[in-house]
Ligand binder design. Structure first.
Ligand code: KIV
Length: 274
């Protein structure tokens, strides 16, 4: 039975990079949840969530900061360890926080710390200037998830949390970045807040799985933050959905998110950017 064929069943064996790469070639979407603690991580594997992301979004969702910029390695490690204790089946991806991969040495040292805390892949934000970093991490046996489009660690450069890639030149740049990072050895790429057509183009032309958040329905996977799924966000972003209202309880909300991604119901027209 393929992973997630029945969204009501727990994952039956550990998900690996290869599992996700195989799903790219199939009609089945995979599901990712950004979460930060052991009980939610345990629930994710019971609900068939193929990958969990210990995102530096925890700066805002858990720690009360205004952005991801204050997040430290120590905070990331604390949450990666908690998630790894709760979940032995989903692939565990962890963010390298702001300025912890600005040099090759820092990237190797800090990625090692996250992997030793229980991550199975690290995520870094940015385009072609990271190709050397991706190549080296990959050569050292550290799987890498790239992150393009609205990369929250660059919020001060963008002047706010804005959709990226709306003009043709910027869209071409993002698409080229995806190709270059995949060629350098990235295993997955998150596309955040980009027009649906751009995400579809990247998904079609890039050999690695794409994971969308505010990137339309044509990516190979979707990711949402647990706080948004559970309606805990005061001003939820347009691309998110509160699944708790319909489902009535927390496991139900996570299962509904999984089922709606698998069946193509989520994201709907209200959750995408044109
Ligand atoms: O930090 C995070 O949770 C993320 C996702 C929103 C993709 O990067």
């Amino acid at each position: 039975m393929p992973y997630g064929a029945n969204a009501d069943t727990a994952l039956n064996k550990p998900v690996t990079v290869k599992t996700l790469q195989k799903l790219k070639g199939s009609d089945e979407k995979f599901v990712v949840v950004a979460l930060y603690d052991a009980p939610m991580a345990a629930m994710a594997q019971k609900c068939g969530v193929e990958a969990v992301l210990v995102g530096d979004s925890l700066g805002m969702t858990v720690l009360g900061y205004q952005s991801t910029i204050p997040v430290t390695m120590e905070q990331m490690i604390y949450h990666v360890e908690a998630v790894a204790r709760g979940n032995q089946k989903s692939l565990i991806i962890a963010d390298l926080p702001f300025m912890t991969y600005a040099t090759l040495d820092d990237a190797l040292k800090n990625a090692t710390r996250l992997m030793q805390a229980g991550a199975q892949m690290i995520k870094i934000e940015g385009g072609r200037w990271l190709t050397e970093t991706v190549r080296r991490l990959s050569e050292c046996g550290i799987p890498v998830c790239a992150h393009l489009g609205l990369t929250p660690q660059s919020v001060n450069k963008f002047g706010g949390f804005r959709v990226q890639g709306r003009d043709a030149a910027q869209a071409d740049e993002i698409a080229e970045d995806a190709a270059l990072l995949a060629e350098a050895g990235a295993d997955l790429v998150v596309l955040e807040c980009v027009p649906s057509a751009l995400a579809a183009r990247i998904t079609q032309n890039t050999p690695i799985p794409t994971i969308g958040i505010g990137a339309g329905r044509d990516t190979d996977a979707q990711v949402l933050v647990i706080n948004d799924i559970l309606g805990l966000t005061e001003q939820p972003p347009k691309f998110s959905k509160n699944f708790l209202t319909e489902a009535g309880d927390i496991p139900g909300a996570m299962k509904k998110y999984v089922a709606d991604v698998k069946s193509g119901v989520f994201p709907g027209d209200d959750h995408i950017f044109l």
